[in-house]
Design a protein around this ligand. Structure first.
Ligand SMILES: [Zn+2]
Length: 134
């Protein structure tokens, strides 16, 4: 999906060059970050500022077009964290070990599907944290 350069820059600046999900800075990643649709086009989301987020490719590819998942109950879907309406610190906490801990069901759903705590991500976060780069 084509996003005009001016809009891309607005999204990147608003995110302060960090993935809006796992919070890694773009300058410490070897991969190019994505401008992603919080509510995917498939679910009626628009390519507008309020529905766009800056995301590392790992979070974006894990999220895909999903918007929710199931936790304990398979009858009540739990939506993902939405960087436009939610506050990161209310849903997640980062430990010195590099682990991101959910504070809410929205946090749990997001961590599960975006795979924040993949062993490689934990190691990377640990290194960045210990170097004050996170
Ligand atoms: Zn990320």
């Amino acid at each position: 999906m084509y996003i005009p350069e001016t809009l891309r820059q607005i999204v990147i600046e608003r995110a302060q060059h960090r993935c809006e999900y796992c919070k890694i800075f773009d300058i410490y990643s070897f991969l190019s970050f994505h401008i992603e649709h919080i509510i995917s086009l498939k679910h009626g989301g628009l390519s507008e500022k309020d529905n766009l987020a800056y995301s590392c490719p790992i979070c974006n590819l894990n999220k895909g077009s999903d918007i929710a998942t199931f936790l304990e109950s398979i009858t009540t879907p739990i939506r993902f964290y939405n960087p436009r309406i939610d506050t990161w610190s209310e849903h997640f906490k980062i430990e010195d070990t590099g682990l991101i801990i959910a504070q809410t069901d929205i946090g749990k759903a997001t961590i599960k599907i975006l795979d924040f705590n993949h062993p490689d991500a934990i190691i990377e976060r640990q290194i960045l944290l210990s170097s004050n780069m996170f």
